[in-house]
Design a protein around this ligand. Structure first.
Ligand SMILES: [Zn+2]
Length: 366
């Protein structure tokens, strides 16, 4: 036995759930209870509709659809702004006759079967809250993000107040014995989800997700989590080469195992171009470098073929039986600049660069 929400309960439930709303004059007294002699309640569910029109508030609140179907036609009206208008908290003409089989499933919070008139009918207006969501219902008119967000919150507010599950949320198309098609249509997005097609199953899933959180919860949005996937660059040498004494000499990476950043060509010493951040290592092996002698290594920035900036030097010191060195590569390179690795042989003898393997993750910036 659930009494319909009072105006104070409506306000508290909607505010707690983060529903933005305005109160239409007279909403706390407007209703069909006196005219029909059938007071609203006890309530058993939340029924959802689309209006099939534009600027529908006047019809819903005042004019009604016809003399046979006088206003109010819903408890709330939800336009594209996402700000719901409270129209009535009493009996409203929105549900019409509901098939008993689907109505019973809503009461039991069970999966709703196809409405079957032969199972019997009940007056849905006795027991169901009604929300009219503004949409042409032509299959192309979009429910806005703001509208769908409020839509989920409205249904969650009702369920939370009555301690119902999402199983108490239904669509007119699930109860109507006259073949009503609403609600339907494309939705602009919700949370991290982009455009999708409205279904009652999805609405119920979104209400269920809300109910699992505190009422003030908001679904995470895509904007909060930009992800940048780095490109992988892995370069090396096809053949060893001779590094003469003196003079800075750029490493030509002739082997390209990976170049996801796309900045390298096998005939160029450039391994990355701006704008980018990168992090990696350069592993070197020298033959013929005398014990204790030094090869200096540095990153150098170029514009075209013009040297613009040198970065600090790392020294690789000769050891007996071949020399190994690992140089960390961490840098940011600006627009129009490219990066090379340069070596300087400080020993008194020619040295063989037996291997030079560069591995880096590159975050390109636009
Ligand atoms: Zn409807």
């Amino acid at each position: 036995m659930a009494d319909p929400m009072t105006p104070a309960e409506w306000r508290a439930a909607l505010r707690a759930e983060g529903v933005t709303f305005v109160e239409l004059e007279g909403w706390t007294t407007r209703g069909r209870d006196a005219a029909t002699g059938k007071p609203f309640g006890p309530v058993h569910g939340s029924l959802n509709h689309h209006t099939g029109g534009t600027n529908s508030l006047r019809v819903i609140a005042y004019d009604g659809q016809s003399s046979a179907l006088p206003a109010p036609l819903a408890h709330g009206w939800l336009p594209k702004s996402g700000v719901v208008t409270l129209v009535s908290c009493h009996r409203a003409n929105h549900a019409g006759l509901a098939a008993l089989n689907s109505y019973q499933a809503i009461l039991d919070e069970k999966p709703i079967p196809k409405p079957d008139k032969a199972s019997g009918t009940v007056d849905g207006n006795d027991a169901l809250y009604g929300l009219e969501v503004e949409n042409l219902g032509n299959g192309t008119d979009l429910y806005t993000r703001a509208q769908y967000e409020t839509w989920v919150r409205w249904n969650a507010a009702i369920c939370r107040h009555h301690d119902w599950s999402e199983g108490s949320v239904a669509g007119h198309l699930e109860t109507s014995v006259e073949g009503k098609p609403d609600p339907a249509g494309p939705v602009e997005g919700y949370g991290r989800r982009g455009r999708f097609t409205f279904t009652m199953a999805q609405l119920r899933a979104d209400v269920r997700e809300r109910l699992a959180h505190a009422p003030g919860w908001s679904p995470p949005t895509a904007e909060e989590a930009p992800t940048m996937t780095p490109a992988y660059v892995n370069l090396g040498l096809v053949h060893s080469y001779n590094l003469a004494v003196g003079d800075w000499d750029a490493v030509q990476f002739t082997q390209e195992w990976n170049d996801e950043a796309g900045d390298h060509t096998p005939d160029s010493p450039v391994f990355v171009q701006g704008v980018a951040r990168f992090q990696g290592t350069l592993s070197l092996r020298f033959e013929g470098l005398p014990e204790g002698a030094v090869v200096q290594v540095r990153q150098s920035e170029y514009e075209g073929s013009t040297l613009k900036q040198d970065h600090p030097i790392t020294e690789v010191i000769g050891t007996a039986g071949g020399t190994y060195g690992t140089v960390p590569l961490v840098n940011r390179i600006a627009a129009g600049r490219s990066m090379r690795i340069r070596l300087f042989n400080q020993s008194g003898e020619d040295v063989e660069v037996a291997s030079a393997v560069l591995k880096a993750l590159v975050w390109k910036e636009s």
